[in-house]
Write a protein that binds this ligand. Sequence first.
Ligand code: SAM
Length: 266
Amino acid sequence: MELRDFNFKKKYGQNFLNDITIPRKIVDCANIKENSLVIEIGPGAGIMTKLLSENPNVKQVLAYEIDESLEPILDEKLMGATNVDIIYDDFMNRNVAEDLNNYDYSNLYVVANLPYYITTPIILKLIEENLNMEKVVIMIQKEVADRFSAQPKNKEYGSITVFLNYYFDIRKEFSVSRNLFTPKPNVDSMVISLNKKKENYDVKNKELFFDLVRDSFKFKRKTLKNNLKNYDLNNISKTLEKYNLDLSVRAEALPIEVFIDISNNL
Ligand code: SAM
């Protein structure tokens, strides 16, 4: 089946790259080490899957595609590629750690042009599955990339920014024009990389830390005093004093280190 006969499905976020230079740049960004397994979520017509399979450091590509009607297109595109397995299923329903048990490899990467309607759920799933990923290189909507990589005191900065920052150093790699997709989407895109932190933050109680961050941002325009009524405010106030701050501060002004300090002292 030819791609031009394919019936693109908006509900699955099907905007395929039509320019090989972008997948090349994405794969270059991943800087894949030898003997690696690469997970791709949403191979589409396989433009990036093929490049990944040809990379000498990629031992195996494991791709998840929800749309089975892409099978004939992917079969043709990947003919002869012996190191690609495609699971036709909803990535969100998979036990990825279990899927990975079938393979032997040294390093794990995720490289994907994500379906934008589930960008955050996919990233949260990758984190929750505790997969020990070397690096994640993904294309996402530009506005979402701004949110993920925002600095404190910026209106894009939110609990997801802090959450991702806990695990990764986040880098904006390059932007991608909407004109390079078929069909052309209504948004521009950005490739970002999530690089595993070299050193972990010293957080005494991870659950408490994440609850604190989530609650601090509950109503973005409210102060910590209002958002954290159920916490020991005296205690929080004491920690804030160290940074010349008080409870009238808003969560969006606080770097991750301050949230950690507050939670470690609760
Ligand atoms: N990688 C291709 C490219 O760059 O041209 C296609 C990217 S397209 C933005 C997203 C792909 O994800 C589509 O092929 C879509 O069918 C697939 N997809 C959408 N939701 C999915 C899900 N829950 N699980 C697995 N694949 C999904």
